[in-house]
Design a protein. Structure first.
Length: 324
């Protein structure tokens, strides 16, 4: 009898919790929602936060405020999100570093899987293999051949430790076995002058950062880093198409909430953000910024995070990049 009573008590408590969550979701939101962006204004995740945030505000009837918290390889803003109240009024959007930093920093204070509730996988930002145009290579295989013949000139720019550009370059080194020197810079604006002058041979950069130089003929785009071609550069073949099978290096991400945020709220936000991503004006703005739109369930995003953690762990270990 005691066991039966205990089971009934748990059933009642579970029913009350479910009823509370449903009631919370029905009234949510009753005040402004804050989106933490762990990066400066102007980048892909900031653009997404602002474009989607405007649609969320209209759909939910409350202000949506974008709060940029850059610094420490995006860890400052991500840490603030992990420690926020799990009530749906503070959410965040992250990029590729979210699934890389676990292996680069020893004392993060948060875990990419357990400290957050995935809301929706929003985007992929393809990277472009941009080479110095005087190199006699029109395709990626031709460029690899050139590198092997010119190891003293095979200098590859990156955007510094732990960046998507560095990870892409390390994957490229692993996939080709070519002898190359990785040269770190503090972002695209610092890396471009040396690429344009031929002091480096290759920079695997985001479309938004390098597209104007490609259009001007200052660099040559020989491949994109994703498994599918990108709408922003449909004529540029993928690395996979050109023989680097299964090569897939990009910066991707989506919206997260602090762990413990009610599932009903997560599902409500998921539905509204998915709806926003399907709007023609949203798609036009994001695709113009070199962002490939995704979408899906919270479970889809959780699975992506898990698979990315496995991928980047292998790359970082093989490259011998130490944590700090």
């Amino acid at each position: 009898m005691q066991l039966t009573s205990l089971i009934k008590t748990f059933a009642v408590l579970a029913s009350l919790a479910l009823s509370h969550n449903l009631a919370t979701a029905q009234t949510y939101p009753t005040r402004a929602i804050k989106i933490i962006v762990p990066a400066p204004p102007g980048g892909a995740i900031d653009t997404l936060a602002r474009v989607v945030g405007d649609k969320l505000s209209a759909a939910l009837g409350q202000a949506v405020i974008v709060d940029n918290k850059p610094g420490a390889s995006n860890n400052i803003g991500t840490d603030a999100l992990a420690k926020a109240a799990p009530d749906g009024y503070t959410i965040g959007i992250v990029g590729g570093s979210h699934n890389i930093n676990k292996f680069l920093f020893k004392n993060l204070g948060w875990d990419p899987e357990t400290s957050f509730e995935p809301i929706v996988y929003t985007h992929v930002v393809p990277l472009v293999f941009a080479i110095y145009p005087q190199i006699p290579a029109k395709t990626l295989p031709e460029f690899v051949t050139w590198m092997r013949a010119n190891p003293d000139k095979a200098k590859v720019a990156t955007s510094g430790r732990g960046s998507a550009q560095e990870m892409a370059a390390e994957m490229f080194r692993m996939a080709t076995g070519a002898d190359m020197l990785l040269v770190p810079y503090k972002g695209s604006s610092a890396a471009h002058p040396d690429l344009l002058a031929g002091r480096t041979a290759l920079y695997i950069d985001t479309i938004s950062a390098i597209q104007s130089q490609v259009k001007a003929g200052n660099v040559r785009a020989v491949a994109v880093s994703t498994l599918k071609r990108t709408a922003a550069m449909p004529d540029v073949p993928t690395a996979d198409e050109q023989g680097l099978k299964a090569y897939d290096a990009n910066t991707n991400g989506g919206f997260l909430a602090p762990a413990g945020t009610p599932k009903a709220i997560i599902n409500k936000l998921n539905a509204e953000i998915n709806a926003a991503l399907k709007l023609p004006d949203v798609r036009a703005k994001l695709e113009a910024a070199g962002i490939d739109i995704q979408g899906g369930t919270p479970q889809d995003y959780a699975a992506l995070i898990k698979s990315d953690l496995v991928k980047w762990s292998k790359v970082i270990k093989a490259a011998g990049i130490p944590s700090e």
